[in-house]
Write a protein that binds this ligand. Structure first.
Ligand code: NAG
Ligand code: NAG
Ligand code: NAG
Ligand code: NAG
Ligand code: CU
Length: 249
């Protein structure tokens, strides 16, 4: 009993001390989708979310875990969504308030279960949403992460209305920049099947490889928000290709 309590305390304590996080659940087209939770045994879980090991970030821009976290495999399910459908991702207890949120997709194949055997490699990832510094200064302004904290830890994304049907990975990525010269990447992937009669896929200029898209010396990633001249800048360029929105219908 005592040992149990100790373990429990250590567990809760370590969550506080680490003070990082990730996506615990999704709500997709109004249907609640439990995520994979890294601190529960894997064998009792079944999720659309690819497995991840813990709340810690990825620091290395060339890490294979940048794709879908560590190990970034092993989702048991996929969720159906229509073009124009809404995806809400929940980050309970998310602690950081300076940084961006970028949502990516990549095509796995035409069969609904095609993502089960796809590792996310290739220069085929495209952004469907990105929010960085919205207004104010780098040090104190309104960042995507502040929006996340102000909305019950919920991040909402819409699937482009013209997107061609098929199986896709959706990849939510937080880039937190509160630690000087040490950007933190928090990628999370889930399996989707996009139905409907969409007809478009993004062109070459929207595509990127992950890892590969981020550069360790990018001035938007390798910076300190606490010193001038950076602190009072009112612009922060979101790295990577432009967002693909498809034809607006
Ligand atoms: C949300 O995710 C957490 C962690 O995986 C899980 O404990 C909880 O049951 C989930 N909530 C729902 C409503 O599925
Ligand atoms: C800054 O952006 C936030 C979020 O979009 C908005 O609520 C707020 O009104 C903006 N503030 C100013 C001064 O524009
Ligand atoms: C806040 O998010 C949690 C999931 O993390 C959800 O269970 C709860 O219903 C949400 N509350 C509101 C007011 O949306
Ligand atoms: C990041 O910036 C610091 C300070 O200018 C510099 O010392 C360091 O080498 C840079 N890191 C990379 C990977 O470029
Ligand atoms: Cu953290």
């Amino acid at each position: 009993m005592r040992a149990f309590f100790l373990t429990r305390l250590l567990f809760i304590h370590s969550l506080r001390v680490c003070a990082h996080g990730g996506i615990w659940n999704y709500s997709i087209a109004g249907i609640w989708q439990p995520g994979f939770f890294p601190y529960y045994p894997a064998e009792h879980q079944s999720s659309i979310q690819r497995h991840w090991a813990d709340f810690r970030p990825i620091y290395d821009v060339s890490s294979p875990y940048l794709v879908c976290n560590n190990p970034g495999s092993g989702a048991e399910k996929y969720a159906n969504v229509s073009p124009g459908g809404e995806i809400k991702a929940y980050y309970p207890g998310w602690p950081h308030d300076v940084g961006a949120i970028i949502v990516w997709m990549t095509y796995c194949g035409s069969q609904p279960d095609a993502c089960f055997s796809f590792d996310g490699s290739g220069k085929n990832w495209f952004k469907i949403q990105e929010v960085g510094l919205e207004n104010g200064t780098i040090r104190n302004g309104q960042w995507a992460l502040k929006d996340l904290l102000a909305s019950n830890y919920t991040w909402t994304t819409t699937i482009p209305t013209s997107l061609h049907s098929g199986a896709y990975l959706i990849r939510h990525e937080i880039i937190a920049i509160h630690v000087p010269f040490s950007p933190e990447f928090y990628p999370e992937c889930a399996h989707l099947y996009v139905s409907g009669s969409g007809w478009e896929r993004p062109g070459e200029e929207y595509l990127a490889a992950i890892p590969g898209v981020w550069k360790a010396n990018d001035p938007s990633l390798n910076l300190t928000i606490y010193q001038e001249p950076t602190a009072s800048k009112t612009e922060w360029l979101i790295p990577g290709p432009p967002v693909w929105r498809g034809s607006i219908v």
